[in-house]
Design a protein around this ligand. Structure first.
Ligand code: ADP
Ligand code: MG
Length: 729
């Protein structure tokens, strides 16, 4: 009965670490060997072609057909030299992962011979029959095909024998069908707006790039146990399972020494990542048992997003070799920590300045303050849509959980900066500042660098925290593509900086000097954004009450959160800045509603199946054996003895029987609720029905199953238990 569970456990016990054959070279010698990066372009391309690509990368331009042909020639030479036989346009559809369709290099020429061919045409553009990807009504399956176009800012790479070309994915009518196209637009908006503002401080700034370093959390479980848990296979999380007596209470896994078998896996995937030019740097055990983190050195946002997606892919692949499964789900196990993907974000100029790093003198510090306050204002004004950007079905189990950032988006700054902002809000007036006031303000700012070096008062509970020289957006889910969060954040900050420039210029035109005009606008912004600043414990109940008073959004509902993309304010930021058209935004929201409903539907089906076909039959079998036992007692003992002995057993029979009845009843109600939800046409209403009418059953049914797990004979229990999933490796 429990054969699958026990044979899986036996399999795990017999495993040792997989032998890892990392290159004998040091990392710097093989780093990026599978990437067509600038040094390789210089080697494989003509001088002219190299110059063209370099310019296209720097200026965000695309290539002409002829230029592309030249690049394709060199690229083919490099790729085939490395054993590549196929190429693919690699893109980010609105599903959770990446997509690829491979084509061989081969072509048959006149005399029937086969040759390797690769032209500029197929390098820059391709037309995958991608009609099955979600488009939210932008594209009917029978009409338009989408096409993919090369994103030159992200280098081409080889995985196995396939040359992968990072691309955007758009419909023939020009609407974006992916995450990359709007991300590139948001980043270019940020560049324009931030460069404009930098002109107040430094005329040499001609380009600003947004930077991102994502800390990726994940769980590992053994392959054999994975296959013995259909819920993990199909829904990526456990839909049942009683808590293990010991899990993370002792915090003994956090930062503990990494086991040999896990270490072999980590070394192996890191080596693959290095070959792909992904700069992974930090690795450690996380809080929950079998939970880990990998963090790279930060990069330009678009590249960092590609690298994160590629890294997740590499980890999944390498894990198979080590007989592990990587779980990127935000909450694979109830009752213990979930996983996030902290997005460390900042902005850097072409002159090498991190705009969120306090400078060494008052001038650069006023620049720092300007960007800091504008980000805060952006988070305040775009609070709703930032929340919408991180909310989805799987992350909803984590956000608002006891250990994760709450669903309320607030900003943490640390005592020193908070005091400084208060100072500005109090001291700056419309009147000309006295020299003494100016000195005081500038002195205050001048002290920032030393103070921030000591970052001891970090607040781990904040969803958006300033951490010395960057913000950390922690509400992003571990399984997510960072793009939605990055699109919204960068567009919101770009929108805000544009507004700032206008506001300051109006005051300068009145004859006020530049620094003072900046101070006046910053003061206004600080006062307007005070409600979003919170230094306390974001996990506390008091914060929920306080946030309500401050009118900060705290929605538990996923579809309702997603609908915040469509408010007037969100549209002004996202459509007003040209990142989306109204139609694109609306279609994306449709896709999100659909995804939500489908995921709940899948979980509900899996749970129903497991409950009725795996758990209930076992519970009945065990109950029957107890009944037999009670009957036996009756045969061999007299009445008084029998009553004394059978009492406890009868109670267990009743308990089991009650749970079985409840499970049957709830499953049938859940199926009914699903049926009703399925006939709803409107995607939003359907998602709401799934959330309010179907989803609650998941917990209720689970509750009864988990109670059964405690009474049914361990020898019979069909699914690997939490203690086995979390501690066996
Ligand atoms: P932690 O926050 O866990 O203490 P660190 O602050 O050292 O760790 O770094 C976390 C992540 O932040 C890393 O991926 C790092 O590269 C990234 N990071 C550091 N500086 C920046 C920056 N200016 N812009 C974006 N990400 C950054
Ligand atoms: Mg961090």
């Amino acid at each position: 009965m429990a054969e699958l569970r026990f044979s899986a456990l036996r399999e795990v016990f017999s495993r040792g670490p997989v032998e890892v054959t990392t290159p004998s070279k040091i990392v710097s010698e093989y780093y990026g060997e599978n990437v067509f990066d600038l040094p390789k372009m210089e080697r494989f391309l003509s001088k002219e072609a190299y110059k063209v690509v370099k310019r296209a990368i720097d200026e965000g331009k695309s290539l002409t057909r002829q230029e592309a042909d030249q690049v394709a020639m060199g690229l083919k030479a490099w790729a085939t030299g490395k054993g590549a036989t196929h190429y693919t346009h690699w893109f980010h559809p609105l599903t959770d992962g990446t997509a690829e369709k491979h084509d061989g290099f081969i072509e048959i020429v006149e005399n029937g011979q086969v040759v390797e061919k690769f032209s500029g045409e197929v390098l820059v553009q391709s037309e995958p029959d991608a009609s099955s990807f979600p488009s939210g009504g932008l594209r009917n399956t029978f009409e338009a095909r989408g096409y993919t176009a090369w994103d030159v800012s992200s280098p081409v790479f080889i995985v196995g024998t396939t040359l992968c070309i990072p691309t955007i994915f758009v419909s023939w009518t020009g609407e974006a069908l992916d995450y990359k196209a709007p991300l590139l637009k948001a980043l270019s908006e940020l560049d324009r707006a931030a460069t404009d503002v930098c002109q107040y401080f430094d005329k040499d700034v001609t380009k600003v790039i947004a930077t991102l370093g994502c800390e990726q959390e994940y769980f590992l479980i053994d392959d054999a146990l994975y296959y013995a848990r259909p819920d993990i296979v199909l829904a990526e999380r456990t839909l049942m399972g009683h808590q293990s007596s010991k899990d993370q209470q002792l915090s003994d896994h956090y930062f503990g020494s990494i086991s040999e078998r896990v270490m072999a896996f980590i070394e192996d995937f890191e080596c693959e990542a290095y070959k792909l030019g992904i700069p992974v740097k930090t690795r450690h055990n996380e809080v929950a048992p079998n939970q880990f983190e990998s963090a790279p050195i930060f990069e330009e946002v678009n590249l960092a997003v590609d690298h994160n997606l590629l890294l997740m892919d590499v980890m999944r692949r390498v894990a198979r070799k080590h007989k592990f499964r990587v779980l990127f789900h935000e909450k694979p196990f109830a009752g213990i920590n979930g996983s996030g993907k902290h997005n460390n974000w900042s902005m850097a100029t072409n002159t090498g300045v991190n705009l969120l790093s306090p400078g060494k003198n008052p001038k650069t510090n006023l620049q720092f303050l300007t960007f800091l306050v504008n980000v805060i204002k952006a988070v305040n004004d775009s609070n709703d849509v930032l929340r919408a950007s991180v909310m989805n079905e799987s992350n909803s189990y984590r956000l608002g959980g006891h250990e994760a950032p709450p669903a309320i988006i607030s900003v943490f700054l640390g005592t020193y900066l908070i005091n400084m902002l208060e100072n500005i809000a109090r001291k700056v007036t419309d009147k000309k500042m006295t020299p003494a006031q100016k000195t005081e303000l500038k002195l205050g700012i001048g002290k920032i660098p030393e103070i921030l070096l000591d970052n001891t008062d970090r607040n781990r509970t904040s969803p958006f925290a300033f951490t010395g020289n960057k913000f950390e957006f922690r509400a992003v889910g571990s399984s997510a593509n960072c793009s939605p969060a990055m699109i919204v954040l960068n567009a919101a900050v770009a929108y805000q900086l544009t507004q700032f420039k206008k506001d300051v210029d109006v005051i300068i035109k009145k004859g006020v000097n530049k620094d003072e005009a900046i101070f006046q606008v910053l003061k206004k912004y600080i006062l307007e954004s005070e409600r979003v600043l919170f230094e306390g414990d974001n996990y506390s109940k008091e914060w929920h009450a306080e946030a309500k008073k401050r009118k900060l959004c705290n929605l538990a509902s996923v579809p309702e959160s997603i609908s915040l993309y469509l408010t007037k304010a969100s549209r002004e930021v996202l459509v007003g800045s040209g990142v989306f058209t109204d139609k694109e935004l609306e279609s994306r929201v449709e896709v999100e509603y659909e995804k939500f409903a489908k995921k709940v539907q899948i979980e509900s089906r899996v749970l129903g199946d497991l409950a009725m076909n795996h758990i209930v039959p076992i519970a009945i079998t065990y109950m029957t054996s107890l009944i037999e036992n009670v009957k036996g007692l009756k045969e061999i003992y007299n009445n008084t003895e029998y009553e004394r002995l059978a009492g406890a057993r009868k109670e267990v029979i009743v308990t089991i029987s009650d749970h079985i009845s409840m499970i049957k009843k709830l499953v049938s109600e859940m199926v009914d609720a699903r049926r009703k939800a399925n006939v709803i046409e409107d995607n939003y209403k359907k998602a709401i029905a799934y959330e309010s009418k179907v989803k609650p059953y998941l917990d209720e049914i689970r509750n009864h199953i988990d109670k059964l797990e405690l009474v049914v004979d361990n020898e019979m229990w069909p699914l690997p238990k939490y203690r086995e999933l979390l501690f066996t490796r």
